[in-house]
Write a protein that binds this ligand. Sequence first.
Ligand code: AMP
Length: 214
Amino acid sequence: MNIILLGPPGAGKGTQSAGLVERHGMKQLSTGDMLRAAVSAKTPVGLEAKAVMDRGELVSDEIVSKLIDDNLAAMDAGTGAIFDGYPRTAAQGEQLDGILAKHGRSLDHVIELAVDVEALVERITGRYSCGNCGALYHDTANPPAKDGVCDACGSTEFKRRPDDTEETVRNRMEVYRSETAPILPGYEARGIVTRVDGMAGIDEVAGAIDAILA
Ligand code: AMP
């Protein structure tokens, strides 16, 4: 099973991917996570991508498609892939079709997380993660059970993404509207798109996604 989670920044793609990994043993392929790792490691890709990411603009199609290709090449054929934050342009969508074919895979579902854009700004500017294990939290919607302590690993170190500021978020929304949303009709024509209400609670959204995959 290979699926795309599509939706604007803050729609819940990362949170839902983590749930799918846990419940179904799929692998999350997040180009945003891969790029952030490259930035931290100061690789050539990371050095090139950092300024673009900080502005909320898109890294080149060639760079992100190569990351996806390399990651799929290293994966077990039987493990399902969740594409999170990729594809983001029409060119990436075409490249993904080629990459999937090369690895003997095909696309089963595109799940669109539909959300209210204004609410997203609050969602994004309130989110943070565990600095040790990466578990995801939110100031109001999803705080850890014990204030300041990660539920998953007990760490007390947390971090926020440098591009989760209001100005960058608004720019990322606009990029989604102009570059990414236009790729949906092509998938709709293939009959593989299902829309899920991304404003519902985390468990409810997870249930809706599981129903699609069942
Ligand atoms: P994300 O974690 O998916 O919100 O991605 C964070 C940032 O990484 C984006 O704002 C882009 O600058 C960059 N990025 C992530 N995925 C892609 C992609 N598929 N194409 C181009 N840029 C990307």
